[in-house]
Write a protein that binds this ligand. Structure first.
Ligand SMILES: Nc1nc2c(c(=O)[nH]1)N[C@H]1C(S)=C(S)[C@@H](COP(=O)(O)O)O[C@H]1N2
Ligand SMILES: [Mo]
Length: 321
């Protein structure tokens, strides 16, 4: 756990990474050290791990080269074994351990509120008409770790345009599945269930906001929010709500799970902002998942400022944190 005294980048990785993941990480590093440095991390892993590949189906997609990150990708192993998904527990390895209990087929998303085409849309209704693309985005958690991940999805704006919000729609409210018999964390009071999040309509329609159905070439593993989640790369990770079952177009700023849990710590906007510390720790620096890059400066809007800063022109982002 993070504490007041220690910043995440000051800790030995073993303190923030569950023991099992840490061990396999070390083994991976040892094997990688003797292997070819030129190989993609994914194929290095595939070569040395006896474990079968995850069961996710491969997806057809095109690589969108416009969205790239200079830093190396995190490995599939890293981004699927160190997760926040409180529906399965609060420890970082709980989602990998317990999310297989979730059934994601069939899956329906209810679209409602201020919209011309409300209804219950199946996963195929939502995803089949779209061309899927791979985009490498950073995800930065408010806990000061970050990851570089090849996500697969489509602009949320495309979906929003299809369902035709009315002029009364100013915000989009998202809700995660509520199914305590499959989501063991929902049998605890870790958060108010179901998990809810929201975006201003213009944020939701920004071309960077990705309706996400996969990573590393395959359908999302359950622990990363299968079968469909949002990824908002310029905001703290908790805005990137997983396993969504409802998209509602509303007039007023909707409640959000972490704001309900602790308003002084988690605001509605939650833009990555090194100038606005979390009350219990600094946001100036971060550590890359996997431990290669520690104590690296956090960049405002997670580096996407050129594209998104104009959304907040004239707003005090210390007040609207
Ligand atoms: N439904 C739901 N969505 C969620 C969370 C959660 O607990 N429940 N955690 C959030 C947080 S805090 C982060 S950092 C990201 C982590 O995404 P990842 O596990 O795919 O890296 O998911 C976000 N989406
Ligand atoms: Mo997070």
């Amino acid at each position: 756990m993070l504490t007041k005294s220690k910043q995440v980048w000051e800790m030995p990785w073993s303190e923030i990474t569950p023991e099992g993941v840490y061990r396999s990480r070390r083994e991976f590093l040892q094997m990688a050290a003797v292997g070819s440095a030129g190989l993609a991390a994914g194929s290095v892993l595939a070569g040395c791990e006896a474990r079968p590949e995850a069961a996710q189906a491969p997806l057809a997609f095109t690589k969108n080269q416009a969205y790239a990150v200079a830093d190396p990708l995190n490995t599939f192993e890293e981004v699927t074994n160190f997760n926040n998904f409180y529906e399965f527990g609060t420890a970082k390895d709980d989602p990998a351990r317990y999310a297989s209990a979730l059934t994601t087929k069939p899956w329906t998303v209810k679209v409602g509120g201020r919209v011309a085409k409300p209804g219950n849309y199946t996963y195929d209704d939502l995803v089949k008409p779209q061309t899927l693309e791979e985009r490498v985005y950073r995800l930065r958690c408010v806990e000061a770790w970050s990851a570089v991940i090849p996500w697969i999805g489509f602009p949320l704006a495309d979906l929003i345009k299809r369902v035709e919000p009315t002029s009364a729609a100013k915000y989009v409210a998202f809700t995660t599945l509520l199914r305590p018999n499959e989501m063991r964390g929902q049998r605890t009071g870790a958060l108010d269930w179901p998990y809810v999040e929201g975006l201003r309509l213009d944020e939701a329609m920004h071309p960077l906001t990705l309706a996400t159905v996969g990573l590393y070439g395959k359908e999302l593993p359950n622990q990363n929010g299968a079968p469909i989640r949002i990824v908002v790369p310029w905001k703290y990770g908790f805005k990137s709500i997983k396993s969504i079952v409802s998209i509602e177009f509303v007039e007023k700023e909707p409640p959000t799970a972490w704001n309900i849990a602790n308003p002084p710590e988690y605001g509605f906007y939650s833009n990555v902002n090194p100038e606005r510390d979390h009350p219990r720790w600094s946001q100036r620096r971060e550590r890359r998942l996997g431990g290669f890059l520690a104590n690296i400066p956090t960049v405002k809007f997670n580096g996407y400022g050129d594209q998104v800063a104009s959304l907040y022109a004239g707003m005090d982002l210390i007040k609207y944190y």
